[in-house]
Design a protein around this ligand. Sequence first.
Ligand code: TMP
Length: 211
Amino acid sequence: MNRTNHPPARGRLIVFEGIDGTGKSTQIRLVADALRQRGYPVVTTREPTDGPYGLKIRALYANRGECSQGEELELFIADRRHHVDELLQPALETGRIILCDRYYLSTAAYQGANGMDVDTILARNRFAPVPDLAILFEAPVALGIERITASRGEHLNDFEKAEGLTRVAAIFAALDLPYIRRINAALPIETVRDEILSLILPLLPTPSSAD
Ligand code: TMP
């Protein structure tokens, strides 16, 4: 509870990025639990969202040919604007620690892999708050694909074709931004969780001033 008239401390935006099948959602769950146990007000979220544009994007997974690359980019950007306005900005203003499964670096890597210019994509995303930390999950493409098909029993959707994923991984590998930290996602789950916590904890306010 905030007993003073001071506004709550600004929250933190931590995004989880990387190719499909690298364990981002599992880690978000584990890290959220660990931070909540330490008293932090954590919000978990993802892109594409479950909002109106996110639902359109998910529907496209099945029939990707139905829209052009340009239209696809506009949908991801519209979804992000909605996410920023409805959830991310208000949560930051009320001191929440946001863990977000994918953000604009995914647009750079995935829509960039479709042939769009990466710098142009990043420029189109300047409206979106810059993350305090982007954790880039790195693992061999073959491992990601194996985890999606074998472990999850899912078939690769149109965004997840092996060849495309190799191009996506190459763009992620080439991104050079000050807030990116890379982790080896092929390590055991608990090791990865502890590494992520060691990246996040130094960036957080003390829990008592975080509400
Ligand atoms: P996921 O819900 O399993 O993470 O799947 C989301 C898919 O959408 C994933 O294959 C990456 C893709 N994607 C883009 O192509 N561009 C984007 O901006 C985002 C956020 C996701």
